[in-house]
Design a protein around this ligand. Structure first.
Ligand SMILES: [Zn+2]
Length: 189
């Protein structure tokens, strides 16, 4: 618990599309999921990433926030759409939800097989690209921006930094064994 009474909530991320709605009672252990949403003030939602996208969402009028972990599987399974739906269930309005897409591996660096690229492109159009070597690539944040646009959310801000290129950021692709960036979002008490 922080000095202001805030409580940090982590998740056990599993590259799926499950969302945990966190109420006012503290979790005894991190839920297995890839998105957290809450309407509880002072509850800090945390997402850990090394190349996947940390997605932070907030409807400040309704007082609802969310944090999601969106890598290739999260993009393919639309975990961010599931998170917005859960926020709507707590009173949020998509048009008022502002979103931050944090540092992640960029499309010029994220190479994948043609089969996987085709699979992701058909499920989540907007992210298909070519890497700097001309191989099939995936721009996770472009796919998420397209998904969020289809949902009609408010402002989407993208931190353009690439985890694989920026040595100040952790990258699983670049380093193998690595640390994680944390993205956090909360409603002030
Ligand atoms: Zn890059």
């Amino acid at each position: 618990m922080g000095s202001d009474g805030s409580v940090l909530t982590w998740m056990h991320q599993v590259h799926g599309d499950q969302v945990a709605v966190i109420g006012s009672s503290p979790m005894t252990q991190p839920p297995d999921c890839d998105a957290l949403v809450t309407a509880t003030r002072g509850l800090v939602l945390a997402v850990l990433v090394a190349d996947c996208v940390p997605v932070l969402l907030a409807d400040p009028v309704a007082g609802v926030v969310g944090a999601a972990h969106a890598g290739r599987e999260g993009v393919r399974r639309h975990v961010v759409s599931r998170a917005v739906e859960a926020m709507v269930g707590l009173g949020a309005t998509p048009q008022r939800v502002d979103v931050l897409l944090g540092p992640a591996i960029c499309g010029r660096c994220y190479e994948l097989s043609q089969d996987l690229a085709d699979e992701v492109a058909s499920a989540a159009p907007g992210g298909a690209t070519r890497t700097r070597t001309g191989a099939p690539g995936l721009d996770l944040r472009a796919a998420l921006a397209a998904e969020l646009s289809r949902l009609g959310v408010g402002q989407v801000v993208c931190d353009p930094r690439c985890t694989a290129e920026d040595p100040s950021l952790f990258s699983y692709r670049r380093d193998g064994v690595t640390g994680r960036q944390a993205g956090v979002v909360w409603l002030p008490q």
